[in-house]
Design a protein around this ligand. Structure first.
Ligand SMILES: *Cc1c(COP(=O)(O)O)cnc(C)c1O
Length: 393
């Protein structure tokens, strides 16, 4: 992007800085595994880093790099590292900062598999962890140990929609010289830029809002510092959780419309939230745009908008939630989120099923909690669908 001060919607379309030799309006898909060197000296210089040049697609590729540059620009970081999936980004961060005897403090309502992989896999290598409610910074302060090497959070969290004060958390982390990593999937850089609030690393499941069309699985890490960027890129390349050029092309295309998609989904979500809050069959609803949200004020200052994700409890618990999910007609009963279509799911039996019931209840993931990702259909149709489904409860 030539003009650093461009608005976010201009950046969504033009950022990435790739100039195609033939003038192609979109970045071509460099569907190649390897790249020819000009000569032996050039090859050697590429390996030592003395000269710029592509070597091998697992390490870097122009189509992927354009996407990395675009997201890094939007997040305000030094550089981006694209990964095969959001989980690829998460495991790369764990590998970078944690090892034998190291300890992590994380949010007790993070994305289910981010916790699952820590408890079932990283624990095998002697990594220690504490999952606490990071929406109260004091919980994090109490959990920090001399061997804490990473603080990890997600805000709004999945699926409780709890909001963590990133400025306060970054200050606490840095007072202890610990890096802070934030999963920004629910907001995307269109609604929240954690690096500006003090975080060191931002990660995304681009499967969700950034690509936005439910046709790609992809991840991204953005590091604020050059040192973290180099560390993370090296680990990603060695673990082999790199993106594919075609996947990068599709994701870059989705990114271009992120702004208008979120604007529309968010307008719909505001209407759906008001409808649900007033509905007699709804016990409670969590949406950052409603005054009833416990961190409504914080959401106003930290996020540029309340987003399109909400959760609510149907009166009657698990069975009632099940009836509702079996009764929707327009909304898709599916995991994932952030796409153009409205999705509904039940975390207790789906995304968070691998976590013990006790841990779920502690994290506020109740049996009847239903998570809704509001799409860009007509708001009236979404509301009508939820209404007819609730009437069957
Ligand atoms: C989906 C998701 C992930 C994991 O991403 P994948 O692309 O499915 O690997 C991580 N964090 C959040 C908040 C998610 O919603």
């Amino acid at each position: 992007m030539k003009n650093k001060n461009s608005g976010v919607n201009s950046k969504l379309i033009h950022s990435g800085g790739f100039e195609d030799l033939l003038g192609s309006a979109t970045t071509p898909i460099y569907q190649t595994s390897t790249f020819k060197f000009k000569n032996a000296d050039h090859g050697a210089a590429c390996f030592t880093g003395k000269e710029d040049g592509y070597i091998y697609t697992r390490i870097g590729n122009p189509t992927i790099e354009e996407l990395e540059n675009a997201v890094a620009d939007l997040e305000g970081g030094f550089g981006g590292i694209a990964t095969s999936s959001g989980m690829g980004a998460i495991t790369t961060v764990y590998m970078a900062f944690l090892g034998q005897g190291a300890h992590m403090v994380s949010h007790n309502a993070v994305y289910g598999p981010a916790r699952g992989v820590m408890e079932s896999l990283f624990s095998k290598f002697g990594v220690e962890y504490d999952y606490v409610d990071t929406t109260d910074i004091e919980n994090v302060r109490r959990a920090i140990k001399p061997n804490t090497r990473l603080i990890y959070t997600e805000t709004p969290a999945n699926p409780t929609i709890g909001i963590t004060d990133l400025k306060a958390l970054a200050k606490l982390a840095h007072d202890h010289k610990i890096p802070l990593c934030v999963d920004n999937t629910f907001c995307s850089p269109y609604l929240q830029t954690p690096l500006d609030l003090g975080a060191d690393i931002v990660l995304h499941s681009m499967t969700k809002f950034i690509n936005g069309h439910a046709d790609i699985v992809a991840g991204m890490l953005v590091a604020k510092s050059e040192d973290h960027y180099k560390l993370l890129r090296g680990i990603m390349a060695n673990m082999g959780c790199n993106m594919d050029p075609h996947q990068a092309f599709m994701t870059r295309r989705g990114l271009k419309t992120l702004g208008i998609r979120i604007d529309r989904a968010q307008e719909n979500a505001k209407k759906v939230a008001v409808f649900l809050e007033a509905h007699p069959k709804v016990e409670w609803i969590r949406y950052p745009g409603l005054k009833s949200h416990p961190q409504y004020e914080l959401a106003q200052t930290q996020m540029k908008g309340p987003g399109a994700m909400l959760s609510f409890e149907v009166k009657g618990g698990f069975e009632a939630g099940k009836v509702m999910m079996d009764s929707v007609e327009l909304a898709l009963l599916a995991v994932s989120l952030g796409g153009i279509e409205t999705l509904i799911q039940h975390p207790a039996s789906m995304t968070h099923s691998k976590i013990s019931r006790e841990a779920k209840i502690k994290a506020g993931i109740t049996d009847g909690l239903v998570r809704l990702s509001v799409g860009i259909e007509d708001a009236e149709d979404i509301i009508q669908d939820l209404d007819q489904a609730l009437q069957k409860v």
